[in-house]
Design a protein around this ligand. Structure first.
Ligand SMILES: Cc1cc2nc3c(=O)[nH]c(=O)nc-3n(C[C@H](O)[C@H](O)[C@H](O)COP(=O)(O)O)c2cc1C
Length: 399
């Protein structure tokens, strides 16, 4: 089990730290809390001990701890996260001071270090604080930028602790990142498209976008630069991912083409509408003016177009079928020059469209196939990205 050392300091936003522990535990991470002495003015260590299941550490010299606890713990953790971090703590770390457990531990840790500052705007913008942050960045420390908004001091400005999901996602990325995804652009499409009949009516499908959003989250955690091109869905975009909102299949096509040259991996998880109306009205069509013989036409096949334009991009396609799954997915893969095809049966009510879970086959052009039995879309996205990582490694000759 991965373990995080969570350093907390005497910032007013300390009240958010207990929630952070819960969020990490939901991600199967163990948390060991280290408090500055002044932080204990705001929250008693017993609260963190109870939530984390391990004694919260405050003092460097404490006979209940192992003899050299700061060195022993440093070897056990996969990340040191300091959230919230005061201006004072940041200054101490930048100066290399080691006069309490947290600052001493920081010098002993070899794992990545992530700092989430939280303070009054003037304190954050002070040239001394900015110089301290710059200095720490130069030594490899990562920061989650504070947000702008209402501050506890009654002012509005920059300095508010970053959102907890953002802190969690950035932490997971530092723990899980893989060299093969570093600096690689992964473009993922998600959700349905809407093909307008008039300003209020459209043709669409039941795609929820969940599969694509989970893939984007996973790709970000593995260290990729991620662009998520999303049709209209009801989902919160994953933190750290650049989102391009589109509506129609043509908008989706244009958005993908904008990134295609630079993309290393393209995952077409969107349910792009196969049809659109051959004519659209700029005005709402009145009931009594229903056009006789409404006609549909096929939309451009984006996956096929990408296959034709492909250079060294790794192209991943999704096939949603209601019958003849394997044969149809195999045909699509060849015709569209896809490097990995993910196929699922959308006739089943318990998986696929709109569901939390899915069950898929993966097909490779060399005839290999893999069945992933019914599980969460998160687990499926992890399996798919693992296979993508393997192909990228093979292509780079690192296998
Ligand atoms: C009510 C209160 C709220 C505070 N909030 C913050 C804060 O959000 N950020 C900050 O940098 N300092 C804040 N401070 C000041 C720090 O507590 C102070 O600089 C302290 O010396 C930092 O000690 P530590 O870094 O060891 O926890 C606050 C102080 C008080 C009394």
């Amino acid at each position: 089990m991965n373990k995080i050392a969570l350093g907390v300091t005497s910032s007013i936003s300390l009240y958010k730290a207990p929630d952070l522990i819960r969020l990490f535990q939901k991600e199967d991470l163990a948390v060991r809390v280290i408090m500055t002495e002044k932080a204990t003015n705001f929250i008693h260590p017993d609260l963190f001990t109870a939530l984390s299941g391990e004694p919260a550490i405050v003092n460097l010299f404490d006979e209940r701890q192992r003899p050299i606890e700061h060195i022993a713990l440093a070897a056990e953790v996969n990340l040191l996260l300091i959230a919230p971090a005061t201006a004072n703590l940041i200054a101490k770390l930048a100066a290399g001071l080691a006069d309490d457990f947290l600052s001493t531990f920081y010098l002993a840790v070899k794992a990545p270090v992530l700092i989430a500052p939280a303070m009054n705007q003037a304190m954050f913008e002070h040239p001394q604080t900015q110089a301290n942050i710059k200095k720490l960045r130069e030594t490899g420390v990562e920061f989650v930028e504070p947000e702008s908004g209402y501050l506890a001091c009654g002012q509005t400005g920059s300095g508010r602790l970053a959102s907890l999901p953002k802190i969690v996602e950035t932490s997971l990325r530092l723990i899980r990142r893989q060299p093969v995804f570093k600096d690689q652009l992964v473009v993922i499409t998600a959700g349905p498209t809407r093909e307008a009949l008039d300003p209020v009516r459209f043709l669409s499908n039941r795609s929820s976008g969940r599969m694509g959003y989970e893939l984007a989250r996973e790709a970000y955690q593995l260290g990729a630069e991620v662009v998520l091109i999303s049709g209209p869905v009801e989902l919160e975009p994953p933190a750290g991912v650049k989102v391009e909102q589109v509506v129609s299949s043509e908008e989706m096509r244009q958005a993908i083409l904008k990134y295609y040259d630079r993309a290393r991996v393209v995952i077409m998880a969107a349910a792009v509408s196969d049809f659109r109306f051959n004519r659209t009205s700029q005005e709402k069509i009145k009931k009594e003016n229903l056009p006789a013989g409404l006609q549909l036409e096929t939309t451009p096949d984006i996956l096929e177009e990408l296959g034709g334009l492909k250079q060294d991009q790794l192209l991943v396609g999704f096939a949603a079928e209601t019958a003849g799954l394997k044969a149809r997915a195999g045909d699509k893969m060849k015709k569209k020059k896809v490097d990995l095809m993910v196929a699922n049966d959308v006739s089943r009510p318990d998986i696929g469209f709109g569901c939390e879970e899915n069950e898929v086959y993966l097909f490779w052009p060399d005839g290999r196939e893999k069945f992933i039995s019914k599980t969460t879309k998160r687990k499926i996205s992890q399996e798919i990205l693992t296979e993508i990582g393997t192909i990228l490694n093979e292509r780079q000759g690192n296998s």
